[in-house]
Design a protein around this ligand. Structure first.
Ligand code: FAD
Length: 466
């Protein structure tokens, strides 16, 4: 047989069922299709484009080591893949199933076009640890609540990770005719990205990061994961999002008798949970999971949104986080929860604006996890938690950044403030402001809301709106 491996967000050779199956063919071509629609889409951040470029180069090298090669083709995959399959006289196209509504619609269209021509699209598992839809309640439905999902998920046998094929079959004769591009020469991928470079993309660097993480730091995950000022989390989210790492492999390598490693396993389960939710209820990509919360009268406050996005709210922990995002293209999980709560509750701005801003900036922007995180924060999602759980930015700051390392790093104009005022600089006396050279309202913004009032306003708004 002649077959085609169509890579998408599975840019790796380890633990990739689609590639292992495709490698049994007599002839095999490997392709990645760069869709101009996505390259120019505002939801695709510069950081993700840069990561993608590096990951494609890395994948081509790895396939090269196995005797293969990656063709990168520009165009709409709905046309490119069937045309390529025809041109190369391919029998079957292998993919790793992706479960966002966009990907499902695209793959359905490709599958139909291939079928019209007598070819097949074979979807394999490989984005999540447990295939979406497979972890089910006793009454055979998908879980809406994480805790019972996790209980069942943990008891499942997720299988062992697969090693890469020893070698790849030779390419079909026609590949020389295919019009390909070098990822390094695609202008849309040649982006500076955020100011602070994120570590290199690709399976090679990602595997080194995973090894380093499992070789010690993961053991302290329980103690350090919520401390904003230390690198206490894995920072593997972009590697997992782009599929340069297999989540299943990461999970299998954990020793869950160790509390840090066990907590880490739970975070990987959250990722699977949100994939399950999106696959089962695709409408959740567009609006609130709970129907009764789809038309809430959010405030269309552009000024407040801009202040939030630019890290100019006057709340140091919120501003530090938003500046970390614009500088690094990444944000700590605790910080994501704080800024999301602030936008939806203190400012009453529609969570979907925050969700879109995250997608436009995050290196790990992921339709499922991002949507799940935002709906969790807004109180519109699967969890039974209440809207009225409103984070107090000052308390969150003093609790999770007690020494002010995080705020001082990202809001340097506050670096000289004493710890007891760092998270509420508006309480500095005029004399102290003068002495420290930080005039609130000039050198650093005065808070754009009074949190206590904003909290009350949010609760009133919620009880009227629902
Ligand atoms: P670690 O703490 O090391 O966690 C390990 C891995 O588990 C992560 O790499 C990630 O793949 C997964 N994970 C951890 N927490 C979650 C979670 N709550 N939900 C789903 N997966 C999780 N994660 C994304 O990958 N992409 C997003 O676009 C995204 N948007 C978010 C938006 C909001 C409002 C919130 C509250 C969370 C969001 N998350 C998102 C989840 C989480 O914040 C990030 O996965 C995490 O901060 C990535 O850093 P890390 O790799 O060091 O995480």
């Amino acid at each position: 047989t002649t077959e085609l491996m169509w890579f998408r967000r599975d840019l790796r050779t380890h633990d990739l069922p689609a590639l292992v199956t495709a490698a049994d063919a007599d002839r095999l071509a490997c392709v990645f299709v760069l869709d101009p629609h996505l390259l120019d889409h505002e939801r695709v951040s510069p950081a993700r484009k840069r990561y993608l470029r590096q990951a494609l180069v890395d994948l081509d090298n790895r396939l090269g080591d196995l005797g293969g090669q990656l063709m990168v083709v520009l165009g709409d995959p709905r046309h490119v893949v069937p045309a390529l399959a025809k041109d190369l006289e391919v029998d079957a196209v292998h993919v790793t199933a992706d479960h966002t509504p966009f990907a499902v619609a695209r793959d359905d269209a490709v599958e139909k076009a291939l079928a019209d021509d007598g070819r097949t699209l074979e979807r394999h598992q490989g984005v999540s640890i447990a295939p979406p839809g497979s972890v089910r309640t006793g009454s055979d439905s998908v879980y809406k609540v994480f805790t019972p999902f996790h209980r069942t998920w943990t008891q499942r046998d997720h299988g062992e990770p697969l090693t890469p094929p020893a070698a790849l079959p030779r390419a079909p004769d026609g590949v020389g005719r295919i019009d390909t591009v070098a990822p390094t020469e695609v202008p849309q991928l040649d982006v500076r990205g955020p100011d602070e470079a994120w570590p290199d993309g690709g399976e090679g660097p990602a595997r080194e990061r995973l090894d380093d993480w499992l070789d010690g730091p993961v053991d302290d995950y329980d103690d350090r994961r919520d401390v904003l000022g230390v690198p206490g989390t894995s920072r593997l989210s972009p590697d997992l999002h782009m599929g340069c790492l297999s989540a299943r492999e990461a999970w299998t390598r954990l020793d869950r008798r160790n509390p840090g490693q066990d907590t880490y396993a739970t975070e990987l389960a959250w990722r699977d949970f949100y994939l399950h939710v999106m696959a089962e209820w695709p409408d959740t990509a567009r609006g609130a999971f709970r129907e009764e919360y789809r038309d809430l009268p959010w405030h269309d406050d552009d000024d407040a949104f801009e202040a939030w996005a630019e890290g100019q709210t006057g709340f140091p922990i919120v501003d530090a986080a938003m500046r970390q995002l614009s500088t690094m293209g990444w944000m700590h999980n605790r910080a994501r929860m704080i800024v999301a709560s602030f936008l939806c509750k203190d400012l009453l701005v529609d969570w979907r604006r925050g969700e879109a801003h995250f997608m436009a900036n995050l290196v790990d922007g992921d339709t499922c996890s991002n949507n799940g995180g935002w709906q969790w924060a807004a109180g519109t999602g699967t969890d039974a938690q209440q809207f009225i759980r409103i984070f107090n930015p000052t308390t969150q700051g003093t609790r999770f950044d007690p020494d002010g390392v995080y705020v001082r790093r990202w809001v340097p104009e506050l670096a000289d403030l004493p710890n007891n005022r760092l998270h509420e600089p508006w309480r500095l006396s005029e004399e102290d402001q003068e002495a420290l050279g930080v005039i609130i309202g000039e050198d650093y913004p005065a808070p754009i809301v009074d949190h206590a009032e904003a909290r009350q306003r949010a609760m009133d708004w919620w009880s009227q709106a629902t």
